[in-house]
Write a protein that binds this ligand. Structure first.
Ligand code: C2O
Ligand code: CU
Length: 515
């Protein structure tokens, strides 16, 4: 087995990220008490204090039992063998209220170690689910209890943080309700998007990753002519950054993996889920992109969408015909429904295929599985166009620290890098509590990277100082995105591309609070 293969790679990475002393302690199932390097550890007093400050004395505790296990699931006439939470796809939604404590006991019924990461939640560091960094791996047959306060309302999801397990069926929505929810809509539906290969024609995600790494860049899925290496790593002729084409924001290379299916709420487009409503009702769609290598362009036939939230946080409402959603991103939209049956289409951007759901308020025949609503042809709104709602804007402040995050690749191998190095080779990016930190993502590759920061919600920097609050932001090919966050959640936090094949091939780093 190569050192990059699951599961030993994650052990090695995490241990290296924390240093040898921490590695030894984690291997014994405890976190390091003293590290010498000044890193604020997951089990430190600072982490406990931050959690105590979040938690109200009378906070309600909500208990759920989760079981990750092998299962056969029905994608809509296609049976596949996979791994899933509770044997269903997506896993059963968890729904709590803002400020409540989630106590989730995970039983690992898989033949491999796993963890749960609560994507987007600003939670206590020791519950973040990163093996070797915030906790030991959960071995097959064992149990781990997660318990944390969910401080912010919004649309989130959870998934393992081990290898490429996300590209199996291990994901489920986590909805944190706000007392103000429901004021501007009549009903809601959670819509989870995914790209699917597991259990089809003998494929699985681990084998897919090995194949990418064996073939290297030249063998990649890009309509290939052997130019892959250059395209991925290269600058364009002038070395200048060209603005992205609004109707083709991902450029020529939208993904590395060819998928046989695209799913909406676990169903293929020939057997879609139907959401029933009445004409004139306003439906809030909480859209989660749980895919591993696919950006989706979404639209509702015959309707516009009012975008109300990005990654759980409110934005100034913006009306759109179509919307681009990167891996790990979530958007909430409100749609005022006409009379009839309407397609919600999630088109795999730059690939062939789509996911489908139906919104039915009246009679009529369902649209065909390959329906292409005219709205899809309109250039999609991307997250950077949004403006934060006033209530969640950060006060203006110039950054105390700027972290440069150059996104690149090795031109001959399937290796993706941050600042020229594949995880865990690069040094952690140090910050201290209380700082205003600027992340400066510079994409030096010809692929888009949805960059995700754990434990925080940053604010995308725009000219007016009112960019959206996000935890995952698309950095388009050859573009630069800056994002500021407040260092108010001590610990060791992953920052990585949410293309799981990129992340597992090096595009990860640790943002490390130091004393
Ligand atoms: Cu959803 Cu570290 O990821
Ligand atoms: Cu990437």
């Amino acid at each position: 087995m190569s050192s990059r293969q699951f599961p030993s790679a994650l052990n090695r990475r995490g241990f290296l990220a924390l240093g040898a002393g921490a590695a030894a302690a984690l291997a014994l199932g405890a976190c390091a008490k003293n590290d010498g390097g000044g890193a604020v550890q997951p089990d430190s007093e600072a982490v406990r204090k931050a959690e105590a400050a979040r938690r109200a004395a009378n906070a309600q505790v909500r208990e759920v039992a989760l079981r990750a296990e092998p299962a056969t699931v029905d994608l809509g006439g296609v049976q596949v063998r996979t791994w899933a939470y509770g044997g269903q796809l997506p896993g059963r939604e968890i729904r709590i209220r803002k400020g409540e404590v989630l106590r989730a006991e995970l039983t690992n019924g898989l033949p491999a170690p796993t963890t749960v990461h609560w994507h987007g939640i600003a939670l206590r560091n020791d519950m973040d689910g990163v093996p070797g960094v915030t906790q030991p791996e959960i071995a097959p047959g064992s149990v781990f209890r997660y318990e944390f306060t969910a401080p912010d309302a919004g649309t989130y999801f959870f998934h393992p943080h081990v290898g490429v397990q996300l590209d199996r069926g291990l994901y489920a929505p986590l909805i944190v309700e706000d007392p103000a929810d429901g004021r501007d809509y009549d009903l809601e539906a959670v819509v989870v998007l995914d790209d699917w290969l597991d259990g089809v024609d003998g494929r699985d995600p681990d084998q897919q990753l090995r194949r990418l790494q064996d073939e290297g860049m030249a063998g990649m899925n890009m309509g290939g002519d052997g130019m892959g290496g250059m395209d991925h790593g290269g600058m364009n002729g002038s070395g200048m950054s060209m603005p992205a084409d609004p109707n083709n924001p991902l450029g020529a290379d939208a993904g590395d993996v060819t998928y046989p299916y695209y799913l909406v709420n676990g169903r293929i487009e020939t057997d879609p889920v139907t959401v029933a409503a009445r004409p004139g009702q306003r439906i809030r769609l909480r859209i989660v992109n749980a895919a591993s290598d696919t950006t989706f362009r979404v639209a509702v036939g015959g309707h516009t969408m009012r975008i109300t939230h990005g990654d759980g946080f409110p934005v100034r409402p913006l009306t759109a015909s179509s919307l681009l959603i990167g891996m790990g991103e979530r958007y909430d939209v409100v749609v005022e429904l006409g009379d009839g049956v309407f397609p919600f289409v999630a088109s795999a951007e730059g690939k062939n295929g789509q996911g489908l759901a139906l919104l039915r308020t009246g009679g009529g025949a369902a649209p065909a599985a390959d329906v292409r609503p005219a709205e899809l042809a309109v250039a999609p709104v991307t997250g950077d166009r949004l403006v934060a709602a006033d209530a969640v804007r950060f006060p203006q402040r110039s950054p105390d620290r700027t972290l440069d995050v150059a996104l690149g690749s090795d031109m001959t191998k399937y290796i993706w890098t941050i600042n020229g190095k594949a995880f865990p080779e690069q040094a952690p990016l140090d910050i201290t509590e209380g700082q205003r930190v600027r992340l400066r993502f510079v994409n030096k590759s010809m692929m888009a990277h949805p960059m995700h920061l754990h434990g925080h919600t940053f604010q995308v920097v725009n000219a007016a100082g009112n960019g959206p609050r996000k935890d995952t932001s698309m950095v388009l090919p050859m573009q630069t995105v800056e994002a500021d966050f407040q260092a108010d959640n001590p610990g060791q936090w992953m920052m990585h591309c949410h293309n799981i094949y990129h992340a597992e091939s090096g595009m990860m780093a640790v943002v490390s609070y130091v004393r």
